[in-house]
Ligand binder design. Structure first.
Ligand SMILES: [Zn+2]
Ligand SMILES: [Zn+2]
Length: 778
């Protein structure tokens, strides 16, 4: 708990002189309660066990009732914690209550004061009355009444910045007053849902509201039967020239949209629902028939390297919505704006019951939409603005973690500060991000996003100021510098790749040194145990990141011998931190991964390389330092080989240079480049004793890799034992023998040709993802 003395901005609520008291209601005077809480008996009843298969509406109603019960108890708990005065909760007016004002909650409040003056189509309007007759906290639903309770606590200065005890910041004052008022309002959004947090954190931050159905559904929800799809082959998508039951439908066929609509109607007749998802199943392959292609509008999608399919998809959704709403006029149809249907339509207009959920999976995570040096995020800005022109109600699915490496400090401060106001200006009414239990990684931006999903018009700077001041207390200044240091690194480095491939560029040793000094200053500045624990959470995260970066630095420097041990240390520390900070929903503990989410990514992308490098360093002798400096040239015409780029004496002096431990394709401006690129290096090697075999080692790569050593093509052996000229193995190390090609006393020429063959690469990587080595038998 933090003393009020530190917060003059909110102290006025409590410290006004008696003269001004006409405009204020006293809840606690000098440690003595002036109020009691009255609520309907049903609210306080214990949890009800609903029968299996109970209607979803009943489950939801019970959940809301429990939420209101816990909110009521939390109100009493917080008032007591603030002032020291116990507050009674009653279900009838107690005889001894004369002289105390009631805080009426729910039904008794509505009876006394009437319903909220505002209305919400999703039962979210609430009302807070504070006057001489007492207080009324009420809403259109139990959940909305809970919003009113937390409005009162919010006005008193109560905040929950982080799940668990560590996040609670309450003022302290033996006298508690609130301004006389009668406020009716609706939340700034109709939907606010994060994935990982405890119920108390969600409730206290007024998460909730309408739950839009927009997940992958269409072909996997059983709307069309196998019999229908067999009887009508042309309902199935044409893929590679064939129509079969392949899990995709032909959106251009009007019989398909009619049949789907009829099936949805039949289900709604049986089980009413407020929302139905029209999103197709995950993936990026859709019907290739002439009719579907004719429904595309010729809008090029750079991030997918193909024409956008949004117009054909919206055309299809419009037909379904028009048919279903004749019978069920209020159903809202959620659908993802995703992969090649992320861009807004250029021809189709949206049926008013359609709600797009923008899920920008293929866009940069490092930068903000307002950043002129990030083409990817600028495209996303135009996408958000474009969808905002198509509909009054947009849902947004922001990814609240760095792609595929989720342990890095990733504060999202500029990104959320710039983007949230822009999104809310562009009709975003549903804040439905994808989140992880990674509060240690993203706390400032996450807090800002949570706060602004309620107060959509809030000033981001003021929200962050309050967070730093009240959460870190005496450690505010260094903690602000610490988070800003990381935020600047994300914003200022023009690399857009996912995962940790460009971290040596973004977070070089000098950067980490400053981060450590700032963190040490914050630890020293904390003045209460709670402040210290809050700083320590970030210190733990930084220590883990320092271990991570030491591994990257050792690999890049060719210091391989202890990478296996240090990799295991990182993984072990991750599990221990996840246990220690489980209550704060930090360090990525989830039921579905043994290693935590961050640990799972670590093992996939880095673990194999570290283990292999350490094993080879012990069993063999590396002949040269890590090879990482390359002459690099793209080859969009794919004729480098005929131009002689694989042979030793080719002149590559005009090629650009790059460091495969630091530079990603994204960092080289090749985010969306799909094609060949060549790497060339010359290396001098010591003589190898007779009879010792020599090998080329590739630490990690992306896409297909062909290799030449001294002009001779190398062949690889794949997992099936087959010999191939191309190596495929994302982030998997491999070795290939080169004994017979070695020139011990002359320069050896090493050439790679990388081919990024896919049409989509979320990570922005290609080719070599680390050093190359040459080693021999001992
Ligand atoms: Zn088709
Ligand atoms: Zn970017």
């Amino acid at each position: 708990m933090i003393s009020l003395r530190l917060f003059p901005a909110i102290a006025f609520c409590f410290l006004l002189s008696p003269l001004a008291r006409g405009a204020e209601i006293t809840l606690v005077r000098d440690g003595v309660a002036q109020v009691f809480i009255q609520v309907a008996p049903r609210v306080l009843e214990p949890d009800r066990k609903l029968a299996a298969g109970a209607p979803a509406a009943d489950t939801e109603a019970e959940h809301e009732r429990q939420r209101l019960r816990e909110s009521t108890r939390d109100l009493a708990r917080c008032l007591e914690k603030i002032s020291g005065a116990p507050i009674q909760i009653v279900t009838n007016l107690p005889a001894g209550a004369l002289g105390q004002l009631p805080i009426l909650i729910g039904e008794p409040a509505t009876q006394r004061f009437g319903p909220p003056a505002k209305k919400s189509p999703h039962q979210q309007a609430w009302r807070l009355v504070a006057g001489a007759q007492g207080l009324g906290l009420l809403g259109e639903s139990d959940e909305a009444t809970s919003y009113a309770i937390y409005e009162l606590l919010d006005q008193l200065g109560c905040r929950w910045f982080l799940p668990g005890d560590l996040g609670e910041v309450l003022p302290e004052s033996r006298t508690v007053r609130i301004a006389a008022q009668d406020v009716s309002a609706v939340p700034g959004t109709i939907s606010r849902h994060i994935w990982y947090a405890d119920e108390a954190f969600r409730r206290r931050n007024r998460q909730g509201g309408f739950k839009l159905s927009a997940g992958h559904a269409l072909e996997i929800s059983g709307y069309l039967t196998k019999e229908q799809l067999t009887a009508h082959p042309d309902w199935n998508a044409e893929l590679n020239g064939k129509r079969s039951i392949n899990g995709r439908y032909c959106w251009g066929n009007p019989e398909v949209s009619d049949a789907l609509a009829d099936s949805i109607i039949a289900r709604l007749d049986k089980t009413p629902a407020r929302t139905v998802s029209l999103s197709p199943d995950d993936g990026a392959h859709f019907c290739e028939c002439a009719r579907c292609r004719a429904l595309d509008a010729g809008d090029w999608d750079e991030s997918m390297n193909r024409f956008s399919s949004t117009d054909r998809f919206v055309h299809f959704c419009n037909r379904i919505a028009a048919r279903v709403t004749k019978k069920h006029p209020d159903v809202l149809f959620g659908f993802l704006a995703y992969v090649q249907y992320t861009r807004p339509p250029v021809r189709e207009r949206l049926h008013p019951n359609l709600v797009p959920l923008i899920a920008p999976i293929t866009y940069c995570r490092a930068h903000a939409m307002t950043d002129p040096q990030c083409p990817s995020r600028q495209q996303l800005r135009r996408i958000a603005e474009g969808w905002g022109r198509t509909s009054e109600t947009i849902a947004y699915y922001n990814y609240m973690f760095h792609l595929a490496e989720v342990a890095v400090p990733y504060p999202m401060m500029r990104q959320m500060s710039d983007e949230l106001p822009l999104l809310y200006r562009n009709k975003v009414k549903l804040w439905n991000p994808e989140t992880m239990p990674n509060f240690e990684s993203i706390l400032p931006g996450m807090w800002l996003a949570i706060r602004m999903s309620w107060h959509t018009q809030a000033e981001p700077r003021a929200v962050l100021d309050e967070f730093f001041t009240r959460f870190y207390g005496a450690a505010e200044a260094p903690m602000r510098r610490y988070w800003q240091h990381f935020d600047d690194a994300w914003n200022q480095v023009p690399d857009h790749a996912g995962c940790g491939w460009s971290y040596l560029k973004r977070f070089p040793p000098a950067f980490l040194k400053t981060a450590r000094e700032t963190m040490d200053a914050a630890l020293a500045a904390a003045r209460t145990p709670l402040e210290y624990r809050r700083v320590k959470l970030q210190d733990d995260a930084l220590r883990q990141f320092e271990r991570f970066m030491a591994l990257r630095e050792d690999l890049a420097a060719g210091r391989y011998a202890h990478l296996d041990r240090d990799s295991l240390r990182w993984q072990g520390a991750q599990l221990a931190l996840a246990d220690e900070h489980a209550a704060s929903f930090s360090f990525n503990r989830v039921g579905w991964s043994t290693y935590t989410i961050a640990g799972g990514y670590f093992r996939t992308f880095f673990g194999q390389t570290y283990d292999d490098a350490a094993k080879l360093a012990k069993s063999h002798t590396f002949l040269a330092p890590a090879i990482r400096q390359w002459r690099f040239q793209t080859d969009p015409e794919k004729n480098g080989e005929t131009r002689g780029w694989s042979v030793p004496d080719t002149d590559d002096k005009t090629w650009r240079t790059m460091d495969s431990c630091v530079d990603t394709w994204s960092g080289l401006g090749l985010d969306k480049y799909f094609g060949h690129a060549w790497y060339r290096a010359t290396v001098r090697l010591p003589a190898v004793p007779a009879g010792r075999k020599t090998f080329l080692w590739i630490s990690a790569s992306d896409g297909a890799l062909s290799a030449w050593f001294n002009g001779q093509p190398l062949t690889f052996t794949n997992r099936k034992g087959e010999t191939t000229t191309d190596y495929h193995g994302y982030a998997e190390p491999t070795s290939v023998e080169i004994t017979h090609l070695l020139k011990p006393s002359a320069p050896n020429t090493l050439v790679f040709r990388a081919n990024r063959t896919d049409v989509i690469n979320e990570l922005g990587t290609g080719g070599l993802l680390g050093p190359v080595g040459i080693y021999r038998e001992k």
